[in-house]
Ligand binder design. Structure first.
Ligand code: COA
Length: 331
């Protein structure tokens, strides 16, 4: 699916994030599995990540992120009429985490649902929210991206535990007077689904006793380097823009080598690229909002800046969005 937006302007008017307190360094991981800081930094760029405690679930970090996003937008939970949580690690399958959040936030008139699209979930969710806002079905949406993948990792598997961390981010989306989303591109290729999967997590019977997330790192790496480039090119072309027009590039924070590859192939200046994978690892659906928040904290997301976001993940899925950032421009 690809499209340049033609309807009313819709933008992001509030942004908030939350990560668990507990920091796990590469040295901590080396005590659990046969790995070391040098290997992890060289192959991934990751130095540490946040890991939820046994008691913490997704909603425990999604709720503070949501509250921060609402406060940033200057609105209350009751002002939200659409609440989407993109995640593959909800508190439980039902009630949905979105319904839990709607209740906690007082969003009593919101349609609320969870959305599954692997690490690309946040990109899918903002595209859906855009459609409902532009059509007039919704007036103000809260879109949350977050995961606690630490809960579904095999903590004896060194090839996955080093990559992932927990975190959540939330955005308020509504009509804006200027700027806003210029377009979206979303895709899925189920032929690669077997390379990043979580058997035993749904209704398909799984014989194994090892019900954890599993990954073929090399295959996912090949896929990622390909789609990070092709998706970005597609959306830029669709919106009549070039890489030179991009002010801020927010790639999914999976692996510094994947980001470096995309930056080189696309010809985007490294200084325009947001990288925080070193401190959070891959937080799945939390990755892009956490990177947006860091870019904003660094003063890089001022009014009128053209921001390119591209995510990819299980499915296999990918998604890009192009947005002209609007500060304090809600209608
Ligand atoms: N510590 C130390 N050594 C490790 C290790 C670890 N944590 N994990 C794997 N190794 C070893 C392997 O066993 C292998 O050893 P061998 O050569 O003796 O067989 C060696 O390191 C190289 O393994 P390889 O898998 O080729 O490494 P790589 O350079 O492909 O890096 C990943 C592995 C996982 C970092 C990389 O493939 C990757 O990032 N893939 C994409 C994953 C991803 O982004 N997933 C989420 C998408 S949303």
């Amino acid at each position: 699916m690809i499209g340049a937006t033609t309807g009313p302007r819709v933008g992001i008017t509030g942004l908030g994030t939350c990560v668990p307190e507990q920091v796990m360094t590469n040295a901590d991981l080396a005590k659990l599995v046969d790995t070391n800081d040098e290997w992890i930094v060289e192959r991934t760029g990751i130095k540490e990540r946040r890991i939820a405690t046994q008691e913490e679930a997704l909603s425990d970090i999604a709720l503070p992120a949501s509250r921060a996003a609402l406060a940033d937008a200057g609105v209350e939970g009751s002002d939200i009429d659409l609440l989407i949580v993109a995640t593959v690690t909800p508190d439980m399958m039902f009630p949905t985490t979105s319904a839990i959040l709607a209740d906690e936030l007082g969003a009593t008139s919101a349609g609320a649902y969870d959305l599954l699209a692997g690490c690309t979930g946040f990109m899918y969710a903002i595209a859906q929210a855009y459609g409902l806002l532009a059509s007039g079905m919704s007036n103000r949406a809260l879109v949350v991206g977050g995961d606690v993948l630490s809960k579904v990792l095999d903590w004896t598997d060194r090839s996955t535990v080093v990559l992932f961390g927990d975190g959540a981010g939330a955005v308020v989306m509504e009509r804006v007077e200027r700027g806003g989303f210029l377009g979206f591109e979303l895709g899925a290729d189920g032929t690669g689904g077997k390379h990043l999967w979580y058997p035993g997590s749904g209704s398909r019977h799984y014989d194994g006793s090892d019900s954890f997330m599993k990954m073929n790192g090399r295959e996912v790496f090949k896929f990622a380097t390909r789609v990070m480039v092709s998706s970005a090119r597609s959306i830029l072309g669709q919106c009549g823009k070039t890489v030179d027009d991009v002010d801020v590039y927010v790639p999914h924070q999976a692996n510094k080598r994947i980001i470096d590859h995309a930056v080189a192939k696309l010809g985007i200046a490294p200084e325009k690229t947001v990288v925080n994978v070193q401190k959070y690892g891959n937080t799945s659906s939390g990755s892009i909002p956490l990177a947006l928040a860091d870019a904003r904290a660094d003063g890089r997301l001022s009014d009128g800046k053209l921001v390119l976001m591209t995510g990819m993940g299980a499915g296999l899925t990918w998604g890009s969005a192009l947005i002209e950032w609007t500060e304090g421009a809600a209608q």
